[in-house]
Design a protein. Structure first.
Length: 120
């Protein structure tokens, strides 16, 4: 069941949805890795400030606006995830076309809702 998840746009601020998502993923026993602007830890997950060459990433969940996503297109493609989740406010038709061209499934959904309704 363990779908290693990479949270891109991770925040140390407890009120941010990326922070809440990390906590919920950990509570649901998912392996979580995270990338953000500031180093730190959320529920034992270290937030990296450099793009790491992770293996076996199942899901990338985005918390970056479309303009900031451009810097991580190639990185995400290189990870070959099973899916990319565009959380509310991150929808990006340009990147979705790139994902389609690379046969990577994507969905516009809310990670928090998917976890709460056992659809993750």
């Amino acid at each position: 069941m363990n779908k290693k998840t990479l949270v891109i746009g991770a925040s140390l601020k407890p009120q941010r949805y990326s922070n809440i998502a990390i906590k919920k993923l950990v509570n649901h026993n998912y392996e979580v890795v995270a990338f953000g602007l500031r180093e730190g830890s959320v529920s034992g997950v270290e937030i990296e400030t450099k793009l790491m060459p992770y293996n076996d990433v199942h899901t990338v969940t985005l918390y970056l606006n479309p303009e900031r996503q451009k810097a991580v297109y190639d990185y995400i493609i290189s990870l070959r995830p099973e899916r990319v989740i565009f959380n509310p406010g991150t929808e990006n038709s340009e990147f979705q076309k790139v994902l389609q061209q690379n046969n990577i499934f994507f969905e516009e959904a809310c990670t928090l809702v998917l976890l709460s309704t056992n659809q993750y």
